[in-house]
Design a protein. Structure first.
Length: 108
């Protein structure tokens, strides 16, 4: 996704500058908070939670925002199947997609 947006040359420049792939979103934020990484690309809610818990780091929302959708499922045998289907339909709609695309700021 990043290569498609910014080009492979961008990825190569990141690597030449010492960029690393982390084991996962939480680990990348932990490594940044501990000072092992100077910066990271991570989900806002994980970074904000870490900041609220006292991590000495900040968060920046770039103009070119990268949105990574999270998985969603309806459990077999759910007692509220129609409501679950409507909720998933909403999340997958244009309006639902826009509802999660806002900029949050850390509080606390």
């Amino acid at each position: 996704m990043i290569a498609n947006t910014f080009g492979w040359d961008y990825i190569q420049k990141l690597r030449a500058n010492g960029a690393k792939m982390g084991a996962g979103s939480g680990q990348v934020v932990d490594d940044t908070a501990s000072g092992d990484f100077k910066a990271s690309l991570a989900p806002d809610y994980i970074a904000i939670d870490k900041i609220q818990k006292g991590a000495n780091m900040g968060i920046v929302f770039p103009k070119e925002m990268l949105v990574v959708p999270s998985p969603i499922a309806i459990f077999k045998g759910t007692p509220n199947l129609k409501a679950a289907q409507k909720f998933v339909d909403f999340l997958l709609s244009k309006e639902g997609g826009r509802s999660g695309a806002y900029r949050r700021k850390p509080t606390g």
